[in-house]
Design a protein around this ligand. Structure first.
Ligand code: FAD
Length: 485
């Protein structure tokens, strides 16, 4: 481990940051802005973690981008939506602090060079302001170059502050000292070397890449069985859980995380996988439609789970042949090939398709007829998908589901994106012990910090907003604690 030797008082560095994703970089930069000497450790060969893989969608209220577009929003409104969607299972004080700081953190990112044009965006791939989830006001900010763009902006700021980032170095454990009968975190151990610090920020991301920890902290993910696949970054090994055990930290977010619904044969995030055909209907075991097929991640997984059995995506031959080339999973020829493996069911008519997937034929026929009476005419009286499509900029009516043969494939929450079980934090991003007392010298943020990400994902943009907002807060408070120490 090669580091420059910065000293203040009795420690090597004021602040050690563990993890170089969004939360860690935001913490490192903000600690340096407060005058702290900072070093950052990253286990992988490059910075970025899941943040760099993400669309970079950032939810925040009352931003300059919203104002320029004439979108009225407020912290109160954001807070209310956040708490209601999460059924008030989160601590309101922490969530309010997060909602208050998300806007200023977004503005800070703009000052550092992030580009988010004041224009309406139809999806997470178009820079601008998008509809993030099921909120009543648009607050999903999509940056230029998406998550990679966020990381580049923060990394430039890191370099400008002269903060060392030590790559290929997985921090093994915290350095804990006894301070008059109280445990205090006083540094880290990496590559067998002890490095002392006034404060440590744990920003190691989630635990999605660690099967044992997924089983313990997010067992619902395993319901996907063999269809389960993980898109979180390789470094998401859940090291924060072991650090927490070292110091008796509480864990918030037990059992929660984000699973995206997908067809059972898909194995990649949609950027590589491609998208299912727009002309499709989702039906449950009764052959009945139960959701807007484009429903936000905020609710779609829950809707599928609530059916209590297999759910199906049904489409026709016209939809299959219209699939664009160049994608790994949603490819016309691949769909045909999957009929042989049984992951896609094909039949000459809807009655035979219903028999093959075990749903009542009269229900499936009536469901498709009703769908054809509505969506191809630009309306969706039952599930309001026309509104979702309009928010994505899709105004052309969908083609009917009418051309034989017909196809069905299971749709289920199988794509594991992020996990929410993190070291419990307070409104200063201090890690709390089992008695809800701050552990001196220890801060956490991002997926490694628990309490902001809840049982429901508040639209695309919730986790990036959490990583950067709480990361920045943790960096500021770690700097203050270290400089006082
Ligand atoms: C494909 C994809 C798309 C997504 N899209 C969005 C989106 O658009 N909007 C949104 O809100 N959320 C999105 N998310 C979720 C969001 O990206 C993450 O929740 C967020 O980026 C987590 O940030 P983080 O800093 O906590 O973790 P990360 O960005 O994963 O950073 C953690 C870093 O710590 C490193 N690390 C781990 N252990 C150690 C150790 N012991 N020592 C040193 N380093 C260590 C890791 O290698 C990693 O680089 C997406 C996620 C994925 C995977």
């Amino acid at each position: 481990m090669a580091t420059d030797n910065h000293t203040r008082g009795e420690h090597d560095y004021d602040v050690v940051v563990i993890g170089g994703g969004g939360a860690g970089l935001a913490a490192a930069v903000s600690a340096a802005e407060r005058g702290a000497s900072v070093i950052l450790f990253e286990s992988e060969g490059e910075l970025g973690g899941s943040t760099a893989l993400s669309a970079g969608l950032f939810t925040a209220a009352g931003t300059s981008v919203q104002k320029e577009l004439g979108v009225e929003d407020s912290v109160d409104r954001y807070f209310q939506h956040y708490m209601d969607l999460n059924q008030w299972l989160l601590k309101p004080g922490l969530v309010r602090r997060f909602c208050e700081l998300a806007g200023p953190t977004f503005e800070w990112m703009l000052e550092l060079g992030l580009e988010v044009p004041a224009q309406i965006s139809g999806n997470a791939h178009q820079p601008g302001l998008s509809r993030a989830g099921v909120e009543d006001v648009w607050r999903g900010h999509v940056p230029k170059d998406q998550g990679y763009g966020l990381v580049q902006v923060l990394d430039r700021a890191r370099k400008a502050h002269g903060i060392d980032a030590v790559l290929h170095t997985r921090v093994e454990r915290l350095l804990v000292v006894d301070d008059g009968g109280v445990s205090r975190v006083a540094g880290v151990v990496a590559d067998g070397v002890e490095l002392t610090a006034g404060a440590v920020v744990v920003a190691t991301g989630g635990l999605a890449q660690n099967p044992e920890l997924v089983e313990r902290w997010f067992p619902d993910a395993l319901r996907a069985g063999e269809s389960l696949f993980v898109v979180a970054a390789e470094g998401s090994r859940g090291d924060h859980i072991a650090y927490g055990a070292q110091v008796g930290a509480g864990i918030a977010g037990d059992g929660w995380g984000l699973m995206l619904p997908t067809a059972e044969f898909v194995r990649h995030h949609h950027w590589q996988a491609g998208f299912p055909p727009p002309s499709r209907v989702h039906v449950n075991g009764q052959g009945l439609r139960f959701m807007d097929e484009d429903a936000s991640y905020a609710v779609s997984g829950g809707l599928i789970d609530a059916q209590g059995g297999p759910t199906w995506m049904v489409f026709d031959e016209a939809a299959r042949v219209a699939l664009p080339d160049g994608y790994a999973d949603w490819d016309a020829e691949r769909v045909t090939a999957l009929v042989d493996t049984g992951q896609v069911t094909r039949a000459d008519d809807l009655v035979s398709l219903a028999a093959a997937i075990g749903v009542p034929a009269d229900h499936l026929v009536a469901t498709v007829e009703r769908w054809n009476d509505q969506l191809p005419h630009g309306s969706d009286i039952d599930f309001q998908r026309d509104r979702t499509l309009a928010a994505k900029g899709v105004t052309a009516p969908l083609a009917p589901i009418a051309a034989a043969p017909f196809y069905a494939t299971c749709v289920l929450p199988a794509e594991l994106v992020c996990t929410h079980a993190g070291l419990e934090i307070d409104t200063s991003a201090s890690v709390l012990d089992h008695g809800a007392r701050p552990i001196p010298g220890l801060f956490a943020a991002g997926e490694a910090g628990g309490g902001v990400l809840g049982n429901r994902y508040v639209g695309g943009g919730n986790a990036i907003a959490n990583a950067l907002t709480i990361g920045r807060l943790a960096g500021q408070n770690a700097a203050a604690a270290a400089i006082r120490a």
